[in-house]
Design a protein around this ligand. Sequence first.
Ligand code: PLP
Length: 395
Amino acid sequence: MMYLDAAATAPPRREVLEAMWPHLTTGFGNPSSAHSAGEAAARALEAARETAAGVLGCRPGEIIFTSGGTEADNLAVKGLALAGMDRLALERPAHERPGAAPHVVSTAVEHPAVLESLNYLRRRHGFSVTLLPVDGTGMVDPEQAAAVLTPKTVLCSVMYANNEVGTVQPVGEIAGRCRAAGVPVHTDAVQAGGWLDLNVTALGVDALSLSGHKLGTPKGIGLLYLRGAPAVEPVMHGGGQERGRRSGTENVAGAVGLAAALVLAAAERDDAVRHAEALRNRMVEAVLRDIPGALLTGHRTRRLPGHASFCFPGASGEAVLLELERAGVLCSSGSACAAGSDEPSAVLTAMGLDREVAQTAVRFTFTAALTEGEVDRAARAAGEAVAAVGGLMRR
Ligand code: PLP
C-alpha cells in the first residue's frame, strides 16, 4: 500500500514515540500531584512547553496544550471572541449595548473546527460573522479582509494553509492590517506544521493552532499559542490546569511527543520542502498531461509542498478513491472529515467550482519519505482509476 494521505494524518515517528515512552511508563505521574512523581511529570510538561515555544519563537507561558487541532481552534475562536464580546460590552454605554452585536471575520474555506465554532457564536451568542470569499485558487484578499473590519470586530481567524487544496493564505499581510485596526488574529496552522515557518512573531498573529498527529505524534495532542496573556473564555472547565485556560489532566507524554515532533520538523523542513515540492510538481505534471480534463485545484505555486489536489470532471471522486485503493494507493476526496458525505466540498464551491465538478475531488498528500517511483505509480494509477470510472485516459 502507498500512503498518500498525510494531510489526514501522518504516520507516527519512531523518535517521537521514543521521546514519549518514559512518560507513558515509569514517569506516569500527574503534573498536579505534590509528590515527586507529580513534580517529575510537571517538569517534563514544562520542558515540552519550553521546547515548543522555542520552535514558535514565543514564551512558554503563551503555549496551551490541547487535545488536538479541533480543540485549539475551538479555544481560539470561541475563547477569544467571547472575551472580546465582554470587552466590547464594557466599553460601550449601556443604551448602545442591544445594538452592539460583536463581529468576527473569517473565511469561507476554513476547517469545520473553525466554521462550526463560528456557527456556535452566531447561534448562541448573537455574533455577526463575515466569511471572506476566496478567488478561484482559494486565496483570500487582504484588502477585502481589512475592508470588513468594524469597531465591533473582536477577532479575525484565517487559516495558514488549506487542508483540501493546500493554498497558503497571506496570513502575514492580513495580520498586519488587523493589527493596525486593533483586531486580534488567529490562524489555524494545522496543515502548515512541518512545511511553513511557524515563527509567530514573523507571522504577526496573536493566536495559532497546531495538531500533533499531522507531525508524527499519536492522535490526541495539539497546542494553541496565545500572544501575551489575553483574556480567553475557557472551553473546558474544571481543575484550572494550563493556567485556568484549559482544564483537564495534561497529556504529558503527548506534549513531550509534540515538542519532539516540532523540533524534528523544524530541523528537517528545508530538505522536506525541497523533496516534496519536486515530487508534487512531478505528480501534477503527470496527472494534467495524462488525464484529459483533469483540473489542479488550489493555487499553482502558493500551495503546500506536499499537496496535489485535483478534480476529474465526469468521474466521481468516491469511485476514483475506491479504484485507487484497489491499485494500492490510499488518498482522500478533499478532506478526511468530509469523506463519506454526499455534499460537495464547501471549499471547492467557494472557489467557484460547480457542485458536480466539486464531487470529483481527489487529494494526494505526501510524507517526506515518498519516492519518485511511487509518485509515478500513483499518477498512473490515478489515470487508470479515472478511465475505469468514466473518464478518459490519454495514451
Ligand atoms: N484544522 C485543519 C486545517 C485541519 O486540517 C484539521 C484536521 O485535519 C484540523 C483543524 C483538526 O485537527 P485535529 O484532527 O487535530 O482535531
